[in-house]
Design a protein around this ligand. Structure first.
Ligand SMILES: C[S@@+](CC[C@H](N)C(=O)[O-])C[C@H]1O[C@@H](n2cnc3c(N)ncnc32)[C@H](O)[C@@H]1O
Length: 244
């Protein structure tokens, strides 16, 4: 794996990020469970619930990784799941988890250029992926484009905390605990240092919600999960107005 560019100011770090996730793929699930102390699957379940009725339709799992959210979408009764990620080895590492007979399409693509028609899906869900995407507003514009009018976007993510104490606590965990455990489990300490740094370099939840509105979403609101490290943001694409 090549060296990782610093998060802030990197023009397009996407190729290095893709290579990093391809390398982490075999150990990714195990590291996730340990780093989150088993909380990550509960956060994902809440994200699926936040999709509402869209979870039973045609749904895109964006930055799908090893498909934990795709599997939960199957359990929620999704008619079809498009699992999109640019790291093919992440998708392959999770493929065995898809229940037999379920319609889950694995799509290797960049979140900033989705190979889908306009208004193609009822819902988009993105778990812990968007903070890795350079020029994240382009990915959000793509989410808006591929959603049908009235469709819903749910984002599960680690944002920069607003409060000083939370910033201090999360910062220490990210700087020291995450790279140590992630490094131990995966053998790739620098990758987990990068992932921790990508949280510090991302947005606050408020900034993210404003970015969603700037990309055309009619409503965007979020909440912290418990414990207050991960957050959930739900945004809606406007219904087409009859008056237009
Ligand atoms: C931290 S993992 C999260 C995976 C999964 N959603 C989960 O809940 O565990 C982030 C994923 O985002 C993908 N990713 C990052 N940047 C991307 C981009 N520009 N386009 C598509 N996928 C991207 C990575 O390859 C990786 O699999």
């Amino acid at each position: 794996m090549g060296g990782l560019a610093p998060v802030a100011g990197a023009a397009d770090r996407a190729p290095q990020v893709r290579e990093m996730f391809d390398t982490l793929a075999p150990s990714y699930d195990r590291a996730n469970r340990i780093i989150s102390m088993g909380l990550d699957q509960g956060w994902r379940r809440q994200a699926i619930a936040a999709l509402g009725p869209a979870a039973q339709g045609e749904v895109m799992d964006l930055c799908a990784g090893t498909l934990d959210l795709s599997v939960m979408l199957c359990a929620a009764g999704a008619r079809r799941v498009h699992a999109v990620d640019f790291a093919e080895k992440m998708l392959q590492a999770g493929a065995h988890k898809i229940p037999a007979g379920r319609d889950v399409q694995l799509v290797t693509a960049d979140a900033r250029a989705l190979p889908f028609e306009d208004s193609a899906v009822d819902g988009v869900i993105a778990g812990f992926g968007l903070r890795n995407v350079p020029e994240v507003h382009r990915a959000l514009a793509e989410c808006h484009r591929v959603l049908r009018p009235g469709g819903r976007l749910v984002v599960l993510e680690f944002f920069v905390p607003e409060g000083l104490l939370a910033r201090l606590l999360q910062g220490s965990y990210n700087r020291f605990v995450m790279p140590a455990i992630g490094g131990l489990v995966s053998g790739f300490g620098p990758a987990y240092r990068y992932l921790a740094g990508s949280i510090d370099a991302f947005m606050t939840r408020g900034e993210f919600e404003r970015t969603l509105r700037a990309q055309g979403f009619a409503a965007a609101s979020g909440r912290e999960m418990f414990p207050p490290v991960a957050s959930l943001v739900v945004a809606q694409k406007a219904e087409v107005s009859d008056a237009s």
